[in-house]
Design a binder for this molecule. Structure first.
Ligand code: MN
Length: 739
């Protein structure tokens, strides 16, 4: 870590692999008091002095695994908290935090000696420590629950706990038992580092992560560190060069600023490599630079100077000043092709913002406010978390499945203009589009995230800049329903799909009636059917037509009701037509497998690929010029294309069939071993024959497969679908239609 900021507190030993010497010398009583007095002239010296002596005596000759006196631990924890400028009560509690747990001292003693506030805090921390060493999941979950309860009562319990954990992590390598070390490191990564992040203590989060990373994956960490060293040497003092150039640039523009340059922490580099699935070489912004100025105006001024001087990397600009992160973090971020043509990240913020970024929640009150309240808006997440934890059915399951993802229950994305759109976790560009406006959602055809085209089902991440491409006249796709997560997107898509089906059904039903009228030599008029609406439980003529389109009623049935005295003109010569169909059977595969009725003689027949009609489906034939007849299911959306050509519609139906036909299924499999085996097994057991199979999409959780199955008829396919749906390996099964 390179820093030009001399005010940065001493960097803790962030290379945990290096052997640490046992501390020979403990911080003296007066030194601790001086540290606190340095930022809080009104510190309660008496309290601090008494806590120091009390703790030292209580721990007596206890020794830590490092060989240090045990008292060094509470003292170091108190030291960490002075860096965060916390109040005397918190510092005193830190000194006492292990006395009740590890010595003969009782909580009652603490209460008598130090009063109710310190006692309450010590109790909070003690309760957590009691169950900390439990290994099984249920206990860990209980631990977590208690932590949440305790910190929701007083956030200082969490701060002390985090400092306690940080010191334990710094000295973790002294523990002889590898399993224990790994468990503590894992817990740190799962629970404490995210908590530090959630309350905005960036420094602590980074150090906790790095120490845990070193324990859990030392090889990965050391190769990243080695790589960083190599780059640093290879590039010469590149960070220094960049800093110098930035400094000069700002000086020329009359802006006084503190600058610091730093490498990203190994663990955050590692996480990025995993998340983006890129190698080290492709990581552009290993270096980040901070520019700290005096006012918000200057932040934007500096941004302007930087942006007009360097090439800006598209999609990297984020304005966390106008829209702070949920943990109160504020800054401007941008990515540029910097001096030396390196891609670098620049953060611009005021001194106050910098303090918040470093100290998080502690920056807001510190010693100034003795009893921080946790009922403000800022802690809403905490109360919500408490609520969830308390009502969880199985705490261990809750812990296993969600870890601390709860803290990131929202993602914040931006429009190209920089407007903030807050969405629930798991939201996609389609959700984003609908969040902007219903019309944007409806007309959405594609999306760019951070300047790159992505599939519409992509899950958005915090800070993503999303650009929605729309096309006039474009409509929502029924497939969106499978991946959108916001209520608004869901209801809009559903409403559209229903509306679309209704429209199709009206058009189809009407044209079927028209066709029938023409056949029967009766002039078609909507008026003729108006009197029938009530009789057929329809609210309007359109509704009546839709009921025909949806196969609720047969056109003949409606026709007969409208013209009760009409004598049918052309009795159908079914046998002749079937023969005609059979004669042409040899020409197409599909035809060979089923027979139709209602066909004019001499017509060749194809089965539409868009809807895969099966015997039993309501179907309709469309005269394809020069290619005979194409058979569609009546609800196939391709039929839309032929709405204005009723003369091409042929009313066909199925005759009894013996031979199988192919039905197409959209299956979403759970991505786990033998899911596919179960799928094929179920189809086989139900007498279906797999004709073709294709994987269309794969995520860590699910695999989308299209399966073509030979079945006898629609009923047969329905049975197979039901059997598949009963299997735990299968997330969903739909018959593919209308595509
Ligand atoms: Mn402790």
């Amino acid at each position: 870590m390179q820093s030009t900021d001399s005010n940065t507190p001493e960097t803790p030993p962030s290379a945990p692999s290096a052997v640490q010497q046992p501390r020979m010398r403990l911080m003296r009583q007066y030194e601790l008091v001086e540290r606190v007095r340095a930022y809080d002239p009104d510190a309660n010296e008496d309290l601090l002095n008494r806590a120091y002596v009390f703790s030292m005596q209580a721990h007596g000759s206890q020794i830590r695994a490092s060989g240090d006196p045990f008292f060094s631990h509470p003292l170091e924890v108190a030291g960490i908290l002075t860096e965060m400028k916390l109040d005397s009560t918190t510092i005193a509690t830190a000194l006492l935090h292990d006395t009740v747990e590890d010595t003969l001292v009782s909580l009652n003693d603490i209460q008598k000696q130090f009063g109710p506030n310190v006692a309450r805090l010590v109790d909070g921390v003690t309760k957590l420590s009691r169950i900390e060493l439990q290994t099984d999941q249920a206990k860990q979950a209980e631990n977590f629950r208690k932590l949440v309860v305790a910190m929701s009562e007083d956030i200082r319990v969490l701060l002390i706990k985090l400092a306690d954990r940080l010191h334990n992590m710094r000295t973790l390598h002294y523990l002889p038992e590898e399993r224990k070390r790994r468990r503590i490191a894992r817990e740190t990564l799962d629970i404490y580092a995210p908590l530090a992040q959630r309350i905005g203590i960036e420094k602590m989060q980074e150090e906790l992560e790095d120490l845990a990373f070193a324990e859990l994956n030392p090889d990965a960490r050391s190769s990243i560190v080695a790589r960083l060293n190599f780059l640093r040497n290879e590039g010469g003092a590149i960070a220094q060069k960049i800093l110098k150039e930035l400094k000069t640039l700002l000086d020329e523009n009359g802006i006084a600023a503190d600058l610091e340059g730093r490498e990203k922490a190994p663990y955050s580099i590692w996480r990025k490599m995993q998340r983006k699935n890129v190698g080290f070489e492709q990581l552009s912004d290993i270096m980040a630079f901070r520019i700290i100025v005096n006012s918000v105006d200057q932040c934007y001024q500096v941004l302007g100077i930087i942006h007009s001087h360097y090439h800006v990397i598209p999609g990297r600009f984020k304005d966390y000043i106008s829209t702070p992160k949920p943990n109160q973090y504020q800054s401007l971020h941008t990515g540029i092709m910097g001096p030396e043509l390196q891609r670098i990240e620049i953060q611009i913020r005021t001194k106050e913002m910098h303090e918040v970024a470093e100290l998080g929640v502690a920056a807001h009150w510190g010693y100034k406010q003795a009893a921080p309240r946790t009922d403000g808006l800022q802690y809403r997440w905490l109360r919500e978390l408490l609520d969830i934890v308390e009502h969880a059915q199985k705490p261990e399951e809750f812990l296993e499945n969600t870890k601390l993802e709860l803290f990131q229950d929202q993602v914040f994305c931006f429009t190209p203009k920089g407007d903030l759109i807050a969405l629930p976790n798991g939201a996609t560009p389609v959700d984003f589009a609908y969040a902007i406006h219903g019309r944007v959602g409806d007309a959405c055809v594609g999306a760019k995230v951070n300047g790159r085209m992505v599939p519409l089902r992509t899950i958005l991440k915090n800070g993503d800049q999303v650009e929605i491409n729309t096309q006039k006249g474009s409509t929502p796709s029924a497939a969106w329903e499978r991946f959108v997560v916001t209520g608004k997107a869901k209801s809009c898509v559903r409403r559209f799909v229903r509306m679309q089906q209704k429209t199709e059904n009206i058009v189809l039903g009407k044209s079927m009636l028209e066709k029938l009228c023409k056949q029967e030599g009766v002039e078609f008029s909507e008026k003729a059917f108006e009197p029938l609406t009530q009789q057929f439980q329809s609210s309007s003529v359109d509704d009546l037509f839709a009921s025909i389109g949806a196969s609720v009623h047969q056109p003949r049935e409606i026709f007969n009701a409208a013209f009760p005295d009409h004598k049918p003109k052309q009795p159908e010569k079914i046998a002749e037509k079937i023969n005609a169909v059979r004669q042409k059977a040899a020409s197409t595969r599909s035809l060979a497998t089923a027979t139709l009725k209602g066909l004019p003689p001499g017509m060749s027949v194809h089965y539409a690929r868009c809807c895969h009609p099966l015997p039993g489906d309501p179907i309709v034939g469309i005269v394809a010029t020069g290619r005979g007849i194409t058979v569609h299911t009546r609800d196939c959306i391709t039929l839309d294309t032929f709405v204005n050509q009723p003369e091409r519609w042929i009313d066909v139906g199925w005759s009894d069939t013996i031979e199988p036909m192919v039905g197409r299924l959209d299956v979403v499999l759970v991505n786990q071993p033998n899911s596919l085996g179960q799928l094929t097994n179920i189809i086989g057991k139900n007498d279906g024959n797999i004709y073709n199979m294709k994987i269309t999409n794969r995520t860590p959780e699910f695999v989308d497969i299209i399966v073509d199955v030979e079945v006898h008829d629609l009923n047969h396919l329905t049975i197979i679908i039901a059997a598949l749906r009963a299997s735990s390996a299968i997330n969903s099964v739909e018959r593919t239609k209308g595509r």
